[in-house]
Design a protein around this ligand. Sequence first.
Ligand code: C5P
Length: 412
Amino acid sequence: MSTAGPPSAPAPTVVLGVSGSIAAFKAVEVARHFVRAGVRVLPAMTAAARQFVGPATLAGLTGERVAGDMFEPGLAGEIHVALARAADVVVLCPATADLLADLAAGHATDVVRAVALCTSRPIVVAPAMHPAMWAHPATQRNVRTLLADGRCRFVGPVEGEVASGETGLGRMAEPLDVADVVLGLLRQGARRDLEGVRLLVTAGPTVEDLDPVRFLSNRSSGTMGFAVAECAALRGARVTLVAGPVGLPTPTGVTRHDVRSALELDAVLGALLGADLSGADALVMVAAVADYRPAERAAQKLKRSGAPLTLTLEPNPDILAGLGAVRRGGRPLLVGFALETASGPELEAIARAKLAHKRVDLVVANGVATLEQPESSDVVLVDEAASVPLGRLGKRDLADRILDWVAVRCRS
Ligand code: C5P
C-alpha cells in the first residue's frame, strides 16, 4: 500500500489474531495480502488455532514471532500490552463463536483475547463457523453487543459452503475482502492530519414529541455524521458526537452524547462549546434538525375523534445560524449540510446562499438522491472561494473529503 509520510515513517501494523476454526488456513492468505501491501503483521494464535495451522507458516510469511503464550518464560513485559500498543488495527481472522462470546463478555484468557480487550484501535472481525452457530441467539446477541460497543467492524460471514459440506451463512469472508477493509482503515489511519483537532459532529434526525407516543421527525439515518466522526477519529481528531435517536454503534475513540429534540441538541452543543464557543476547533453539523416542533406537547395521548385535527407548530432555532451569528475570529470552523431537491447550478446557488445566510465556512450540498440511494449522492462543496463538485460519493469517501478541507483550514 502507499503510505503517506517520510520514508522513515513506521510501517502500518496489524495484529492478526487467529482462532481455532478450519478457516484458520485462510488467515495465511490474509497475512500474505498485508505483507504484499507493505504492512507489518504481528501474528497471535490461540491454542486451538495451532491445531489447524502451524505457527511456522505465519512466522515464515510475516518474519515475526507468533505470540501465543502470555506466560512465555524470558518475555520482558506483557506481550498483549505490547501488541495492543503496536497495532494500528487488530484483525481477528477467523473469529470463532467462542471468541465472539469472550469478546462480548470481556474475557482475556489468552493472548488473542487479551489484545482485543487491551487495544483502543479498530478491531476487524471475520467470523467463521457453522451456520447454526452463527444463527444461534447467543451468537447474535454477542454480535449485537460488540456492534453496540463500537470497537468491532464485522466482515462477513458470507453464504456458502462451510467445513461440514453444508451451505449457509457462516463461511468466512474471502481473504481479499477482509484485507481490503483493513487496508482501507490503515490508509485513513496513516493520515494523522487531524491530530489534536477538537471536532464536534452532530448526526441523525431530531425527534419532536407531540404526545407520549407520537412525534414529528425525518428520515435521517445518522450514517453520514457517524462516518464523519469515525473517519475524523481515525485521522487523530478528538471527536465528540452529538447524535439524535439512531441505532448506530459509537465509532471507536469517539465520545458520544445522545439527544432527542432540536432544543436538546441546541442545549448540549451550547454546553460543549461554551459561551465563547472555545470548546471545539470545528463543528460539522450533519444533523437533520427539525425546523418545527409542536407548540405544545400533550401530557396524555391525544384521543382520536371524527373532527379534523389542527396542529400548531413553532419554529426551532436555527442552531448553526445562531452559532454563525455569535462567532468571532473564525473559530470554531463551521460546516453545514444542505439536502436539497435541486441539482446542478441551482443546488450550488442554494448552498452559496446558505453559506452567507448562516455565516458558515463550508456548506456540503447533497442532491436529494441521498434519500433514494443512501450509499451515494451528488455532492458539491461550497466555501467562500470556490464550489467543488464531487459527483457521486459513498459516505465514507465524502466524510474524508470534508475532513481534508477541515484539516487544511485548521492549519491556516
Ligand atoms: O436550512 P437547512 O435546514 O437546509 O440547513 C441545514 C444545515 O443547518 C445543517 O447543517 C443543519 O444541521 C443545520 N440546521 C440547524 N438548525 C436548524 C435547521 C438546520 O443547525 N433548525
